[in-house]
Design a protein around this ligand. Structure first.
Ligand SMILES: Cc1ncc(COP(=O)(O)O)c(C=O)c1O
Length: 384
């Protein structure tokens, strides 16, 4: 009988229900004490000086670029294989995204391609730790140092990701996390900007809430505030923060479970002709938001036929990302990008499948996914 294996379902429990109910009873629903508590817990978990909560990772990226002074006339190098939000944030501040190719097989930004994209207008690099695998930060930090560039880390896939023992979100000027439902931890919608830089934290802190100097909860005199700079409404609610506190407490164990599930899947898929499995260099910790499987021409079925077989067998697989951002209409039309310019990013789009390894899945589930793929590789009825 077919199973039903979701790609990434949020995992909420009694603790979350109680925490949300307590916030509802407290009467303080937004930008209040739970938000502060979540920020402190997140900063401590990462080992970073500041964690500024926001309404999404997109908002964190936007505020990071603003705080770094990126604007019109500037160029920011971003990987072509990412969510559109990474490039959109560059557009929000009036700068130009310059797309770089990714490493074969991993989907992380290629340092060689970054070098090719440098111009006198380049001001920053946004790295995306892809699927939970960190970018090759030694090379990228060296480029940034030599060229006097800043690095923003898009950590939407990267709670628990480490590079030479350093957590993602602590290596650049700012880290930007997402708490959207399919992520390692979720608050429904939500995000966090992490930084060791007091000035970035201070500016983001103000700009997430209209540019106001003192949020309502912290005012000495009610209703009295000033607005020194232009800001947005990118605030997190206390309901979201209460969820985040509970989710963060469980994050380490759940990431270990993801890593274990990925190991089980690799054991099952080893030796199947035409598949390329994730390779994890020893200096990296892959936190496995999902499992990137590359389906080459040597596999019996096409990538899309395998996707269909997985779906038929009740397995919630996906593609990250089916269209590289430079080939989205907005970026093609605005900057003239076309096919063939960034071949590895296009290869990820055409040949990979993102498989679920979320922590609720059991060893039997991993075995089932492996069996379905092995059966497909022999042209047998998957899951039968
Ligand atoms: C790599 C990457 N960056 C940014 C985002 C945007 O995150 P959010 O939905 O929290 O704004 C996502 C969302 O999935 C993402 O995958």
């Amino acid at each position: 009988m077919n199973r039903s294996i979701p790609f990434g379902a949020p995992w909420m429990g009694e603790a979350e229900e109680k925490a949300v109910a307590a916030v509802l009873r407290s009467g303080w629903l937004a930008h209040g004490p739970k938000v502060k508590e979540f920020e402190q817990a997140f900063a401590a978990h990462l080992g970073v000086k500041h964690a500024v909560s926001v309404s999404s990772c997109t908002a964190a990226l936007h505020l990071s670029l603003l705080a770094l002074g990126i604007g019109p006339g500037d160029e920011v190098i971003v990987p072509a294989q990412t969510h559109v939000a990474t490039a959109h944030a560059v557009m929000y501040v009036g700068a130009r995204p310059v797309f770089a190719d990714v490493e074969p097989g991993t989907g992380t930004i290629s340092p060689a391609s970054i070098r090719r994209g440098l111009t006198p207008r380049t001001k920053a690099i946004i790295v995306v730790h892809f699927a939970g695998l960190p970018c090759e930060m030694d090379d990228i930090l060296k480029i940034a140092e030599n060229q006097n560039l800043v690095i923003v880390e898009d950590c939407a896939h990267a709670v628990g990701t480490k590079y030479r023992g350093r957590p993602a979100g602590t290596m650049g000027a700012a880290g930007c996390f997402s708490f959207y439902p399919v992520k390692h931890i979720t608050t429904g919608e939500g995000g966090m900007l992490t930084t060791d830089d007091d000035r970035i934290a201070e500016q983001a802190n103000k700009q997430r809430a209209f540019g106001i100097d003192v949020p309502a909860f912290y005012r000495q005199k009610p209703g009295v505030y000033d607005t020194p700079i232009l800001g947005f409404n990118f605030r997190m609610t206390d309901i979201e923060a209460a969820l985040g506190i509970c989710q963060l407490e469980k994050a380490d164990g759940r990431i270990e479970a993801r890593i274990a599930n990925a190991g089980l899947l690799t054991d099952r898929l080893k030796g199947i002709a035409g598949l390329e499995l994730p390779v994890i260099p020893s200096h990296m910790r892959h936190s496995f938001l999902f499992y990137q499987l590359t389906v080459t021409e040597g596999f019996l079925l096409t990538r899309d036929a395998l996707l269909a077989a997985l779906k038929q067998s009740g397995i919630g697989a996906s593609i990250y990302y089916a269209t590289p951002v430079h080939l989205m209409t907005l970026y093609r039309q605005t900057f003239g990008y076309g096919e063939g310019l960034l071949p590895q990013a296009e290869r990820v789009a055409a040949e990979t499948i993102a498989l679920p390894v979320n922590p609720r899945l059991t060893a039997e589930d991993m075995g089932y996914i492996g069996d379905v793929i092995r059966a497909a590789s022999r042209n047998e009825v998957p899951g039968a």
